[in-house]
Design a binder for this molecule. Structure first.
Ligand SMILES: Nc1ncnc2c1ncn2[C@@H]1O[C@H](COP(=O)(O)OP(=O)(O)OP(=O)(O)O)[C@@H](O)[C@H]1O
Ligand SMILES: [Mg+2]
Length: 438
């Protein structure tokens, strides 16, 4: 387990340098020279390149991912390179994704302020190596790189470069060049995709739980870059302040939704504390959550066998049902959600408990957390999930299927008393318990 140090990739403060914003010109962080450096490090690490040997770059092609032109939190480039190693007769090809700070000044400010970029880099450079090291004996039936459902990271970020730099970059294998595809948000996930996604996140949840229990550590101490509850709450609140007026406008003429809207507006002043409570780690099941676990952050393999989770910018020490609820509420059609929510919860529970057992953690027996506790937590996490959907309502607006899905989810949660004073009080009570245990 690697302790984090102050010098690692820290910005001296969370406040961005305003002079960064003056550079409106597009800065592309990766050039041929850096690509050679990355490849050299990688192949030296793999033991196929000697220190005095050089790589020959044959082709270098960097293209912006225009499909993702509306992406706010990063600029994405596709990098294709062809190169040759000395002592090899044939060329090698590599397709990579380069994720760098957005050029848009406001998005850039938002990302730097909440350290989204740094958090994701540290996920790949600090948490992933700890996880890989931890699981190597338990999942030895799978090759090391397949043990975690995440893309391979090619650039282990030479932190010396980054300390002085205003840019941050993350380089991942381009999985779309290898039989993976993005699901369709408008249609929502199929049942099989939802199960694969829940199994994938259950694995990460189980590993982080097993690490926590085996070391009796506090993740916020070991990984101080995790999205801290107060900071995360502020980000959610900012989104909600922006999303609620849009929701009001959207529901204005939908009279059947008037009681739902009224109920949501009634609890408005308590939302911040509810978010704070639900994002706090919850004993005994506190573990690492993705916290932005919706279908646009997933890739599926075309043969139907595997799901990969992207975009670890919001990784948090919280409760697992936050991920389960966000996926089910945001990314499934209403019919599928209504028909299969219970089955999906059971599937998730099966995956979480069996992965945990492989690592010698008996969730029910040892830590005393049962399936009914999970269902109870799921109920509350639905509130956090729908608040995030309201905060990001613009993602759904203009897309009739996604709009209908949001309306159905709001109505179902209202009917199920999720916005009721009783549920709110239960969430707030939990926060008091967490504080008194701290
Ligand atoms: N390793 C990868 N392989 C293939 N495609 C990828 C990879 N990483 C990202 N992408 C593509 O780029 C999109 C955006 O990536 P990601 O979610 O990591 O960036 P982001 O800026 O944080 O996104 P957002 O702000 O929308 O949450 C993904 O939905 C996916 O289509
Ligand atoms: Mg994303």
């Amino acid at each position: 387990m690697s302790e984090d140090t102050d010098s690692d990739l820290d910005r001296t403060s969370g406040t961005p340098d305003p002079s960064d914003l003056l550079h409106s010109q597009r800065t592309i962080a990766v050039d041929e020279k850096l690509a050679i450096e990355i490849l050299t490090n990688y192949h030296q690490f793999k033991g196929v390149l000697e220190v005095d040997e050089k790589i020959e770059m044959i082709q270098f092609n960097l293209e912006e991912d225009f499909e993702g032109a509306d992406i706010a939190l990063s600029d994405i480039y596709m990098l294709k390179i062809t190169y040759q190693l000395p002592r090899e007769n044939s060329e090698r090809n590599l397709e990579l994704i380069v994720k760098q700070l957005p050029q848009d000044p406001f998005a850039r400010l938002f990302v730097k302020e909440a350290l989204f970029d740094v958090r994701e880099i540290k996920f790949y450079t600090k948490i992933v190596p700890d996880m890989v090291e931890f699981v190597k004996d338990y999942f030895s039936d799978q090759p090391a790189e397949k043990q975690l459902p995440i893309p391979k990271c090619y650039y282990p970020m030479d932190e010396r470069i980054l300390i002085d730099s205003t840019e941050t970059i993350l380089i991942l294998e381009d999985l779309k060049a290898h039989d993976y595809y993005s699901p369709n948000f408008s249609k929502g996930l199929h049942l099989n995709q939802a199960i694969l996604a829940l199994e994938a996140i259950a694995k990460i949840h189980a590993i982080s739980l097993a690490i926590r229990l085996s070391n009796t550590i506090n993740f916020n101490d070991v990984y101080p870059f995790l999205f801290q509850t107060e900071k995360a709450t502020d980000s959610y609140q900012m989104l909600l302040d922006r999303g609620l007026p849009l929701l009001e406008q959207f529901l204005e003429k939908k009279t059947h939704m008037t009681p739902v809207l009224k109920c949501i507006l009634n609890i408005r002043h308590k939302m911040k504390n509810v978010i704070l409570s639900l994002l706090s780690p919850k004993c005994p099941i506190s573990l690492l959550t993705h916290t932005d676990f919706w279908c646009n952050n997933l890739l599926f393999r075309r043969d139907g066998g595997h799901c990969i989770i992207l975009d670890w910018q919001m990784i948090t020490y919280s409760r697992p049902t936050n991920d389960v609820a966000l996926l089910i509420i945001s990314s499934l059609s209403s019919d599928l959600r209504r028909a299969h929510q219970d089955r999906l919860l059971s599937k998730y529970w099966e995956a979480l408990t069996s992965f945990s057992l492989k690592m010698k953690v008996n969730i029910e027996g040892t830590i005393g957390y049962s399936f009914s506790d999970l269902k109870e937590d799921y109920r509350k996490s639905q509130l956090l999930a729908i608040l995030l959907c309201i905060g990001s309502v613009d993602v759904a607006l203009g897309d009739s299927s996604a709009e209908q899905r949001l309306l159905d989810a709001l109505k179902d949660l209202y009917d199920d008393q999720i916005f009721s004073q009783k549920t709110i009080s239960q969430c707030l009570e939990e926060q008091k318990e967490t504080n008194s245990n701290a």
